[in-house]
Write a protein that binds this ligand. Structure first.
Ligand code: 2DT
Ligand code: MG
Length: 207
């Protein structure tokens, strides 16, 4: 059996990541695939509750301390994610280490320092980047409710995402319609899943 694929959606705030993740999970399920949604920060764990308190301005933390909590929140999910992938379950993931680095570095922390705690995390097989100009993000509902939803910081975060992006990232213009974005994301994800199944089959022939 082919290992599950790790499909990541990253991007600016209000770009539609959560909507697209939900639509992708639903579409893959409908096609009969085993698929689960993961979201970072995962606010339900003990570490996640500390992160939530920070983001909702209920608690103050040093920039370094919150950075490490975001990373620890990924590490505490790692074994379960690896097990799922091994079982052939596809994971659709809403934000990951790139958000971790982009947001903390945008606050002024050293880029290499920011990257270090996440080294060794399982690597995504496919990364979509939902790009949205900050001026557009601001117009969308809910912007400004949480700690990081401020124009100046968001501009820096967007700039850092563009610095971090790998050649293999799939760029999605988040000004497009929800349906158009979904169609692009679904098609690319299905191609990636099919590629994995073909690889697994050719492996079997050689055994
Ligand atoms: P959501 O709005 O998607 O719940 O994110 N963030 C996220 C970080 O600063 N570091 C991280 O490692 C992650 C995963 C981005 C809440 C905010 O948390 C930021 C927005
Ligand atoms: Mg948010």
């Amino acid at each position: 059996m082919a290992r599950g694929r790790f499909i990541l959606l990253e991007g600016c705030d209000r770009a539609g990541k959560s909507t697209q993740c939900a639509m992708l999970v639903a579409a893959l399920k409908e096609k009969g695939y085993a698929v689960e949604l993961c979201k970072f920060p995962e606010r339900t764990t003990t570490i996640g509750q500390m992160i939530n308190a920070y983001l909702t301005n209920a608690k103050e933390l040093d920039d370094q301390a919150i950075h490490l909590l975001f990373s620890a929140n990924r590490w505490e999910a790692m074994q379960a994610m690896k097990n799922k992938l091994r079982e052939g379950v596809h994971l659709v993931v809403d934000r990951y280490a790139y958000s971790g680095v982009a947001f903390s570095a945008a606050k002024g922390l050293d880029l290499t320092w920011c990257k270090n705690p996440d080294r060794g995390l399982v690597r995504p097989d496919l990364t979509f980047f939902l790009d949205l100009p900050t001026s557009e993000a601001e117009k969308r509902g809910g912007f400004g409710e949480e700690r990081y939803e401020k124009r100046e910081l968001q501009e820096k975060v967007r700039h850092l995402f563009h610095e971090l992006k790998g050649k293999e990232w799939v760029m999605v213009d988040a000004r497009s319609s929800v349906q158009a974005m979904h169609e692009t994301i679904l098609k690319t994800a299905l191609d990636k899943i099919q590629e994995a199944q073909n690889e697994a089959q050719s492996g079997e022939l050689l055994e």
